[in-house]
Design a protein around this ligand. Sequence first.
Ligand code: ADP
Length: 195
Amino acid sequence: MLQVGITGGIGSGKSTVCQVFNTLGIPVFKADDAAKYLMSHDEALIEQIKALLGNESYHGLVPDRQKIGAIIFNDPQKLQQINALVHPATVSYYKNWLIQQKAPYVLKEAAIFFESGTAQEIELMIGVYAPAPLRIDRVLKRGPMTRERAESIMNQQMNDEEKMKLCDYVIVNDDKTPVIPQVLHLHATLLHKAK
Ligand code: ADP
């Protein structure tokens, strides 16, 4: 099964583009959603996170997102340590998901493939591109999000102009270039590659 990554900074429109691929019958694995799910369902992982961040970071199996966010956004080392716990759990969850899929190719969506060093696990990479000011407008409209928080997340992610250079294909989602024809064209290319 051909495994294709799809990436782009916050607000670039990754999820929206994935929905179009999904309507074409392509299964989409959302790495961020999987990580969130595991952080509230995988008991072994939860114990490891509690040992790292303190028992007060959870209420039973429910993570205290505000407390965890406050710790990791102010402490890059803790952020790295928590990623080192969540990442392997997400990888095994993905592998288990992958073997159940029946499609010519699958998409794995993540905002930070290159930043996290997980791009090597992917055969081909799609980048979704939108200019930074448009991305900010979109995430503020999508809500709930402050401009300050959106900018801080963007500053922690790789610059999208750089990111796109690392991708095999780029979908331009700048509110000017029609998206669906680009997806249809790429879908045909990927079906061909998957043969
Ligand atoms: P990401 O997953 O990259 O953070 P989303 O797909 O959630 O981005 O898009 C951010 C917001 O912008 C969403 O509210 C989405 O509906 C909107 N959006 C994205 N692309 C388009 C588009 N081509 N036309 C209209 N709205 C869009």
